[in-house]
Design a protein around this ligand. Sequence first.
Ligand code: 6R9
Length: 648
Amino acid sequence: MSNESLANLLKEERRFAPPAELAAAANVTADAYAQASQDRLGFWAEQARRLSWAVEPTETLDWSNPPFAKWFADGTLNVAYNCVDRHVEAGQGDRVAIHFEGEPGDSRALTYAQLKDEVSQAANALLELGVAKGDRVAIYLPMIPEAVVAMLACARIGAAHSVVFGGFSADAVASRIQDADAKLVITADGGYRRGKPSALKPAIDEALTKVDGVEHVLVVRRTGQDTAFTEGRDLWWHETVGRQSVEHTPEAHEAEQPLFILYTSGTTGKPKGILHTSGGYLTQAAYTHHAVFDLKPESDVYWCTADIGWVTGHSYIVYGPLANGATQVIYEGTPDTPHQGRFWEIVQKYGVTILYTAPTAIRTFMKWGDDIPAKFDLSSLRVLGSVGEPINPEAWVWYREHIGGGRTPIVDTWWQTETGAMMISPLPGVTETKPGSAQTPLPGIGATVVDDNGTEVPNGSGGYLVLTEPWPSMLRTIWGDDQRYLDTYWSRFEGRYFAGDGAKKDEDGDIWLLGRVDDVMLVSGHNISTTEVESALVGHPAVAESAVVGATDATTGQAIVAFVILRGTATDSAELIADLRNHVGKTLGPIAKPKQIKVVTELPKTRSGKIMRRLLRDIAEGREVGDTTTLADATVMNLIQSQLPGNS
Ligand code: 6R9
């Protein structure tokens, strides 16, 4: 297999220097890289001091039994105390922690002092319900402040939470409750989505007919819809939590106390319960949030649009921002309810300064049109972030121009559920950015690109992304399955963590992510990344979004099949398809020309916005479509098939 064709197909020459004013006052400057590379563990020990420890750790990393890491193992701390109480004790109790914006337009501000009261009450309620340190609690909630409160209450008493995306099916919930052996479930009657209340509790009721061990279900009243209650098992949050004392003394837990389990979407097989622990996780979540967003807690208004059921919601709505004392916006609903300018209306309303969202959202906004954000005052924005998938250069540039007013740095942050926190990203006051590249491992992080044999590739070549050093927020194992942890991440390349992503290094040594290696196509002996073909297609003015797969082909091994969504102004025609094929050929070379291009109106995506190419491959190869339980919208596959006459 040659890796050459994987690399350097796409040429991107645009560069953007950090704004002088931001660079002059940046939280982190270029010397952090040098400092961390001279003494990596010393660097992380220093970052751990951002937290308040009950017992300060003396040992930074215990790597005596690799790849099972212990960070700060002899230290003790309370994660919830770090995220809430200490800000109140420091005189910041009146600072808004959360500006909640409900989809129907209701809003609510919670200060750090109020958050402390609510988390304490919830912690007391959990204890009353018999939840103890070391137990697991499943959380299945919409994007409402109670989701944050519930997570912090678990952290406070040393119980591990397992958050499941609201909207996952009863079966998906049941298997996650069972795998984690959860004792309590926290849910809501429903939440608002696309302008109407959408029920959540029935999925829990159904799930609990399939699993044992759950003693109680705590139900937040959000929508007021009719909700069936099982006597003795189900309790209203406002009653059970509402009557508790606001006093709760946080106990210090070991740095390696489990903080949460989060199941990865698992494209195949049983979902993996990724286990994160306390001290190292919080250190890296807090440091990266401070460094990569340049957060100034006194003046910034931060907004991460992720759902709490995704790791991005854990690390960059709950733990990182709150550990740093940030003021943030939490929005319950969808970006087009009640109108397609909703996000920009929220940015304007709260004066959001830092926005963190996903490429899939950015491409949707591009499709809806430039005139929509142009109607709002977005001048408060000063840093924009991207996460979840490779961001196509065209989407990156659009984001900077139309949302960032051509001024704001964009930080394209690569990381995973497994890494717990950001790993590769520009720093907004330091890095000269390149559209489409995550660029540089953060200070204290070791990452590189290797070939099939595990040899580091030279600049200008492609291969597999690996992490070369343990990091504080690394997963500790797969819950209940150490062997799978070893096999999945640590056996492909000796002594290195295999991330499962393809990547290339450019001539400057900057890293470009190329998508999951499972998605890489092999066409006539050439590795071609789906990301690069998709970026080329999205670079054509008629294309809003695309997803590319390799379908088995008798002559070329695999053939490139592209699914495209057109922009509002373009229409499907034989000329357009020919033009798109030629455009890809010109941009990437003739080998990358799609054999087939299919025009559709939707693409299959997970709840966190990732395209599920596996399902499109099923269609392209004429198979029955596989497991769709992690799709955000289960009807999409039928829709796509109905749009492809004669191709199923
Ligand atoms: C945080 C998160 C992880 C996978 C990861 C990669 C893709 C995430 C990316 C990116 C390119 C970025 N990914 N961020 N690819 N550039 N900035 O998304 O976690 O849901 O576990 O997904 O997402 O493929 O391996 P998770």
